[in-house]
Write a protein that binds this ligand. Sequence first.
Ligand code: CA
Length: 223
Amino acid sequence: MRILVVEDEKKVAHFIQQGLEEEHYTVDVALNGEEGEAMAGMGNYDLLILDVMLPKKNGIDITRALRQRKMPVPILMLTAKATTDDKVEGLDSGADDYLTKPFAFAELLARVRSLLRRGATEKTTMLLLGDLELDTVSHRARRGGKPIDLTMKEYALLEFLLRNKDRVLSRTIISEHIWEYNFDTGTNLIDVYVNHLRSKIDAGFDRKLIHTVRGVGYVMKEE
Ligand code: CA
């Protein structure tokens, strides 16, 4: 699951990003409203966490603009203001939920999970391939009914490969999704991560699910 945090207070943005990444979400941050709207408008996010008071364009205007464009992405609004009028305005603009600063991270996380579950009624929360299952809300992976313990990056990599099963993914595509866009694909970091993942997913099983496509990249499929 990929989350965009639009928040101009760097400390708060970093706190949210770090906490969500520890929970295996992939997180991008925008530090002003215009940048946030442009990133959200690309449609690559499963959830937006949007501060209301932002430089260049506020969270309420961003929400209105996204809803006018019929973008269904769930939006959790953050604000220091806590009056009823502000909450009503936020929800009326098209936000799905509202959290007043300061907040406990556990509460933010609970709301994130709840919104992702709600949004997931259309998409499925379970990604399946053969006897491998990945729950994209709880982030639990199992193969043959046996739980698999994954690190943050391994989870992100597995989710991306599974969402694109039967499609060959180049190292560049994988690195753009999992790491930053300026990642140097000349290194073998992707191969290292894929091999870690393989040792957890495929080791000990006759039927392999992660396949190398020589000179191109990787694909997850049943043979
Ligand atoms: Ca702010």
